[in-house]
Ligand binder design. Structure first.
Ligand code: ADP
Length: 619
């Protein structure tokens, strides 16, 4: 603050803020150059995976903008060292203006190259040697300016872990390339596996082209497995970048594949303990940032990275029949296919709920249907009983006329008998005349008996039995039945019957009861009128596909607001009426699938119209 003494207060503040913000942005503006050296090529697995993850880690941890260049030591494919000096010169030329702040060598060949040319390759720049097995350090020669992030391979442990989960394995085919680096590893693996030689047959294919290896691995005997190491360059000198080789092997091999590095894990590999690219890259990234920050390399010590906890691919375990119960307790299983329940839980629940709802609905509908059916049955029985009672009360009404109807033939019969007796007593009885008298007696007896039959059938308690009948017949019969009543009541009955039959499906007695009720009501309506005006018209007609009966009178009619109400049970305007006649009539017509309506005639009186569906006339 002393430097700002004497300045105005606001200028002093600006000065301080400017100083602070400058020191704060120091890290942000100063960028660092990193040179990454690949061992064989940028796209060879597993090293490309390490490079990718180290860069991710650097981006995540570095406070400085980074200028990262990646270069490949292609010569490591063959081990030819001739291209190395020009490559060193090329790198020097490329980085002349921006000397790397850090060199990262990925894999042992890159580390060895760096050591060989360190004097001419940015000797002051610190180097991070990573993805290198600790057993290769002897060949690499470490300087004080280097930091190591090494890995530890234990192939015997790896194989034994696989044999534990697949104890029947008798043969293990090792897929490994033919580059100098891969041949080094062939010897190392062989040495590691020596103790297992009595237990399993280990097959080596590194002197074959990869295509020939595919042929071998496609027809391995049963109880075989494949150990995938690397396939950088095969014996035919063909290099395999990316995941091409492993994918081809997976497509044709007839045995499970296991490996040492999880960069290969994710589709083709059964699994097991493996090096974790993520763990290694995290260590390497952290060390790199510390080195870029100026920490002395010899003060940075990183413990060798060993195999991570075993991981397995659920799909491959299933494919090769390897049970999960045999897996190490600390292992994790990946790519487990969710069960239908886990996958479609919501959908299944919704469908179940809908089904449940549907079944509840169906059962309640069925229950309701049954209830309705029962209720209908009961109601039909009740209406039949009611109709029957109504007919009884009607019979009471008709008693006088019935008595009159029977009396007439009985009187005639008595008169005829007396005449016949007198004729018999004559000396020469006229037998022909007597025969005619007897015929008259028989006819009168028939008449009386017909009245009784009609009455009996009206009073019969019969269930609703529809059959094909001619509506004209029902009307004729009913009018005849009521003729005596009409005489007694001094009502003129005019019937106009349609000339052609009106076939309907119905119960004769019940329809007769309806007409009877309506005619008696018509007579009742006109009871206070002079006898000359008392007229009931009964008319039948065909209207399209329905048969109609009109029963009209010349009475006072029905108040307009009561035209519907008259059909309600117990509606009556008569002192001794029950109010059931029209209600029963409507029930009967409804049961026949028809309609009954009341209307007032234009001049005077009411008319009732019954419409019933016509049916095809059957013989
Ligand atoms: P009830 O004859 O016992 O009264 P109904 O159900 O047969 O029972 O008739 C109900 C009512 O309808 C009658 O009381 C009467 O008021 C009215 N009604 C029926 N027919 C006629 C008609 N032809 N003219 C005027 N009113 C009628």
């Amino acid at each position: 603050m002393r430097g700002c003494t004497g300045l105005p207060r606001w200028l002093a503040t600006v000065c301080v803020v400017a100083c602070l913000s400058h020191s704060g942005s120091l890290h942000a503006t100063e960028h660092k150059t990193v040179l990454i050296l690949h061992s064989v090529g940028r796209e060879f697995r597993p090293w490309n995976e390490y490079a990718k993850q180290i860069r991710t880690e650097l981006d995540r941890q570095s406070p400085w903008p980074l200028d990262v260049g990646e270069h490949s030591l292609e010569s490591a494919r063959s081990g030819d060292s001739n291209p190395e000096p020009p490559f060193v010169r090329y790198l020097n030329a490329l980085y002349a203006e921006r000397v790397p702040d850090l060199i990262i060598a990925i894999g042992a060949p890159a580390a060895a190259f760096l050591r060989r040319h360190r004097e001419h390759l940015f000797p002051k720049a610190p180097a991070l040697l990573t993805a290198i097995d600790q057993r290769r350090l002897q060949y690499s020669g470490i300087s004080q300016n280097d930091v190591l992030v090494v890995v530890k391979h234990d192939f015997r442990f790896l194989f034994e872990s696989f044999l534990r989960i697949s104890p029947d394995t008798k043969i293990v085919a090792v897929v490994n390339g033919n580059s100098p680096n891969e041949l080094f590893w062939r010897n190392e693996i062989q040495q590691d596996l020596r103790p297992l030689e009595g237990r399993i047959d280990i097959r080596w294919y590194d002197n074959l082209s990869f295509q020939d290896m595919l042929k071998q691995t496609a027809h391995l005997p049963s109880h075989s497995a494949i150990f995938w190491h690397t396939m950088l360059v095969d014996a035919a000198g063909v290099a395999y970048e990316g995941d091409r080789a492993l994918k081809n092997l997976y497509a044709t091999a007839n045995a499970p594949i296991f490996t040492h590095d999880d960069s290969f894990f994710g589709q083709e590999i059964v699994g097991g303990p493996m090096l974790s690219a993520r763990m290694l890259s995290k260590q390497a990234g952290t060390a790199a940032v510390r080195m870029l920050d100026g920490e002395k390399p010899d003060s940075i010590t990183i413990q060798p990275v060993g195999f991570a906890k075993p991981i397995y691919d659920w799909r491959e375990l299933r494919r090769w029949g390897i049970g999960e119960s045999g897996l190490p307790s600390d292992s994790e299983v990946y790519f487990r296919e969710p069960t239908a329940w886990q996958k479609y839980r919501t959908q299944i629940l919704v469908v179940c709920a809908v089904l449940l709802l549907q079944s509840v609905l169906i059962s309640s509908l069925l229950f309701e249907r049954r209830r309705r059916f029962n209720a209908e049955l009961v109601s039909r029985q009740r209406s039949a009983e009611l109709a029957h009672m109504n007919r009884f009360s009607m019979a009471g009404e008709l008693t006088a006329t019935i008595a009159h109807e029977i009396n007439q033939p009985l009187g005639a019969m008595l008169a005829n008998v007396e005449t016949a007796e007198m004729m018999i007593k004559s000396p020469v009885p006229d037998l022909h005349e007597i025969g005619e008298i007897l015929a008259d007696i028989r006819r009168d007896d028939q008449r009386a008996s017909d009245v009784i039959v009609r009455l009996r059938s009206l009073l019969k308690k019969a269930p609703f039995e529809p059959r094909q009948i001619d509506l004209n017949d029902v009307v004729r019969e009913t009018v005849r039945f009521l003729s005596a009543l009409s005489i007694a009541r001094e009502v003129e009955m005019i019937s106009l019957i349609a000339p052609t039959p009106l076939p309907v499906n119905g119960d004769f007695i019940q329809l007769q009861q309806v007409i009877l009720n309506l005619i008696v009501n018509a007579m009742d309506a006109m009871s206070g009128m002079p006898s000359a005006e008392r007229k009931v018209r009964v008319l039948t007609a065909r209207d399209g596909d329905s048969a109609d009966i009109f029963i009209s009178d010349a009475g006072p009619g029905i108040p307009a607001d009561k035209l519907k109400e008259v059909f309600e049970p117990f509606f009556t305007t008569k002192p001794h009426g029950m109010g059931m006649g029209l209600s029963i009539a409507r029930t009967i017509v409804d049961a026949h699938g028809g309609r009954i309506v009341a209307e007032n005639l234009a001049g005077r009186g009411a008319t009732f119209r019954i419409s019933l569906p016509l049916v095809e006339l059957s013989n």
